[in-house]
Design a protein around this ligand. Structure first.
Ligand SMILES: [Zn+2]
Length: 337
């Protein structure tokens, strides 16, 4: 069993010992196969890291060889610990992976590291890769991927019955072609103790299952081709239970309670300011703004125009402004994703 002084007695000591981005490999019972876990891409999302630290500390042998990439250690170490998604001045790490059709940019340190992570994973040749995250607001556990192939469903099904299938070019790890299923798992809110427990139970299953691909995938709710609700970066966004007079848009601070719920047409999600819903954008696949097909304004409320399922709705204005307010799948509509 590894001594606590080798890997630290908790996840904070663990990252202090690592000191920076680290690739760890552990021999399995079956040394002919590999599995991989990428964790802490976002420095303030520790559930996966805690689970991995506990597994290493237990001294148990994984079923197959196991590769673990602990990524944003520097951001997590910035005081107070685990409070930074990425270092000040840097970009969101999960937008730094090069993908086909992605605009070329100057190669930042993060993009160079993202390239190294992809190359390391590719040469390790794992049979599946899990990328661990927490959501910024309350949410059930769910998977995110770019494919609904059977092997992806089999791996995702170890963790959750909910799987989001993205078709947008964002620059994420899951968009990389690494010749195996890659699934992001969002274990739930970053402060939710339930998320830590879920991460531990499900990652242990992933690490210790004799086969990931024996059972048929069952009852997976697929949320395919979701749309992103974004806000104009200059708009003044608030999350509150009462309208904020200086806000262009006020979203209810309980919006995360609607995550993974099917909501009807004419359900309110917040209030508008002087600008109506003009600051809100939803881009279709061909780049057109279709926000007005999905939302409308009435008596100062922002209302859904059609039934939809929303998820990854945040209550963090910074994330909402810099990434998006929520993802949504319209129900049986003519809205062209
Ligand atoms: Zn994340």
């Amino acid at each position: 069993m590894p001594q606590a002084d080798a890997v630290g007695k908790n996840h904070i000591e663990f990252i202090k010992i690592l000191g920076g981005p680290t690739w760890i490999t552990i021999d399995g019972k079956d040394t002919s196969r590999q599995r991989a876990i990428v964790t802490l891409l976002h420095g303030n999302e520790p559930s996966g890291l805690k689970a991995i630290h506990q597994f290493i500390l237990s001294g148990r042998k994984p079923e197959t060889n196991l590769g673990i990439f602990v990524v944003s250690v520097n951001a997590a170490l910035l005081h107070p610990y685990f409070s930074h998604r990425y270092l000040p001045g840097e970009a969101d790490f999960n937008r730094c992976f090069k993908v086909k059709g992605f605009k070329e940019s100057r190669e930042s340190n993060q993009e160079i590291l993202a390239g190294k992570i992809s190359n390391t994973l590719k040469s390790y040749a794992p049979e599946a890769i899990i990328d661990t995250h927490n959501t910024s607001a309350h949410s059930d556990i769910f998977g995110v991927t770019v494919s609904s192939e059977k092997t992806v469903l089999q791996v995702a099904g170890l963790f959750s019955r909910k799987l989001v299938v993205l078709d947008q070019v964002l620059g994420t790890l899951i968009e990389q072609d690494l010749s195996c299923p890659i699934v992001t798992i969002e274990f739930g809110g970053f402060l939710d103790p339930k998320a830590d427990k879920l991460a531990q139970n499900t990652l242990d299953k992933f690490i210790e299952a004799s086969s990931l691909f024996r059972d048929e995938p069952k009852d997976i709710q697929l949320l395919e081709r979701p749309l992103r609700l974004e806000i104009n970066s200059t708009a003044n966004l608030h999350y509150s239970s009462s309208v904020q007079d200086e806000a262009d848009i006020t979203i209810f601070n309980t919006i995360d309670q609607m995550n993974f719920s099917k909501i009807d047409a004419n359900v309110s999600i917040g209030w508008t300011g002087n600008n109506g819903i003009n600051d809100l954008t939803v881009r279709s696949k061909d780049g057109n703004c279709i926000a007005e097909e999905l939302f409308h304004e009435s008596e100062g409320f922002i209302l859904t125009k059609i039934a939809m399922t929303i998820f990854m709705a945040t209550t963090d204005a910074y994330i909402a402004t810099n990434d998006c307010l929520m993802y949504l799948c319209p129900e049986n509509s003519d809205v062209s994703a």
